[in-house]
Ligand binder design. Structure first.
Ligand code: PLP
Length: 420
């Protein structure tokens, strides 16, 4: 033990200010909210303890890029809700995905991944990972024979899917895909962002690792960013080691906000789901809507998989305007309630037109191959009143019908992989 610091008195103003302003209070009563440990460093009792904590020989805290008490509570809470042995947190969802992928794969490895995925994940695979010598084969994960063939063609380190895919609302059959991956010696990794652990628990269905953008439904209020990963203890320890060396650390304040979000996740997801189902059902009855993709609808092509794996339909739906590509932005501009933003998973309803935003790099053929209709609108249904949203969507559909859409290529016939 080190001597009491009173030994060094008398002291100058700066020394006294620094000591006085960093005294940690003893709190005998437990706070009902997790304290925000806004500290980069944690002081050990002596040099041996510091060495043991930094080396991981003893549980504790030394430096917040490695571990922080507030972020650790979130990691453990997510692991518990995901049904995992262990969890870890990141500054963003992409940081969680990046750390997971580069931990599980090395130069020369090949991955098999769903062809309908979040845009940044696709560019991570085709950009950073490809440059590092990790190749990806993209497959339609609804076609289990194609997944089997892709896994069999050459050794594959991993099969990567999303529980509900962006923006076409394809539902991955986790039980079947995990079985296929394992038969070929690959790990099955799932991005569960669109579902959240309340709606789906991929690890209980056979997945090895689950990643999520906590920015979305876990945070739930579009005011904080974060990412989480959960899986077996050894895998999560390896992913944490990557994160320690790459540094996309979740801030303690962000962890606090995400913990607050996690506490109301179930009630929010139930309400998101009920409102999304009401809106999806209403949209299906509109003649100016070509198709509606929502996992909670009886018309969803993977209705049976959704019913087996999802507790509710979730907050995400997509629908294709019969009027085509030019009508998408016009519809968005005619809406009054939704926020004009590209994100999802918030109290606010958010509507995007992927053919002119996240998927603008795709031409008509590319869109068709991805199953994205030219008038597809992806909606993240918020917590506003359902009747207000239906009235707003109805008003926007009426407005674009009376406004001629800009000239455009004739509507594509829906490919086999299309929604609806
Ligand atoms: C938003 C999102 C991500 C990336 O998360 P960030 O927190 O924005 O980095 C990854 N996957 C899916 C499905 C997402 O929606």
């Amino acid at each position: 033990m080190r001597p009491d610091d009173s030994r060094t008195a008398p002291r100058g103003f700066s020394t006294r200010a620094i000591r006085a302003a960093s005294r940690i209070p003893a709190v005998d009563q437990t706070p009902t909210a997790v304290p925000i440990y806004q500290a980069a460093t944690f002081a050990a009792a002596d040099a041996d303890e510091l060495a043991d904590v930094t080396a991981g020989r003893r549980h504790g805290y030394a430096y917040s890029r490695l571990d922080n008490p507030t972020t650790a509570v979130l990691a453990d809470a997510y692991a518990e809700l995901a049904g995992a042995e262990a969890g870890y947190t990141f500054a963003t969802g992409m940081a969680a995905i990046h750390a997971t992928l580069v931990t599980l794969a090395s130069a020369g490895d090949r991955l098999v991944a769903t062809s309908t995925m979040y845009g940044s994940t696709r560019s991570l695979l085709e950009g950073v990972l490809a440059r590092l010598g990790i190749r990806t084969t993209f497959v339609d994960i609804r076609d289990h024979a194609a997944v089997d063939a892709a896994l069999a063609a050459e050794p594959a380190r991993m099969l990567y899917a999303e529980t509900i895919s962006n923006p076409t609302m394809i539902v991955a059959d986790h039980v079947a895909l995990a079985e296929l991956a394992h038969r070929h010696g690959a790990r099955y990794v799932v991005d569960n962002t669109f579902a959240s652990p309340y709606v789906c628990r991929p690890l209980e269905l056979g997945a090895d690792v689950v990643v999520e953008s906590a920015t979305k439904f876990i945070g739930g209020h579009s005011d904080v960013m974060g990412g989480v990963v959960a899986g077996d203890r050894a895998t999560v320890a390896a992913v944490r080691a990557t994160q320690v060396d790459t540094g996309a650390t979740l801030a303690p304040l962000a962890a606090f906000l995400l913990l607050r979000g996690l506490q109301t996740l179930a009630v929010r997801m139930d309400r998101h789901s009920a409102t999304a189902l009401a809106l999806a059902t209403w949209l299906e009855g509109r003649p100016d809507v070509r198709s509606v993709a929502y996992p909670g609808l009886a018309s969803h092509p993977q209705r049976a998989v959704a019913a087996r794996q999802l507790r509710a339909g979730g907050g995400m739906l997509a629908f294709d305007l019969a009027a085509g590509r030019g009508a998408g932005p016009a519809f968005i501009d005619a809406l009054a309630l939704p926020e004009l933003t590209a994100s999802l998973g918030s109290v606010h309803t958010m509507v995007v037109h992927p053919p002119s935003t996240s998927h603008r790099q795709l031409d008509e053929a590319g869109l068709a191959a991805a199953g994205i209709g030219p008038g597809l609108l992806r909606c993240s249904i918020g917590l506003e009143d359902a009747e207000d949203l239906i009235a707003d969507f109805g008003g926007a559909l009426d407005a674009i019908r009376t406004t001629p859409a800009p000239s455009e290529a004739p509507a594509l016939t829906a490919p086999a992989g299309s929604i609806g």
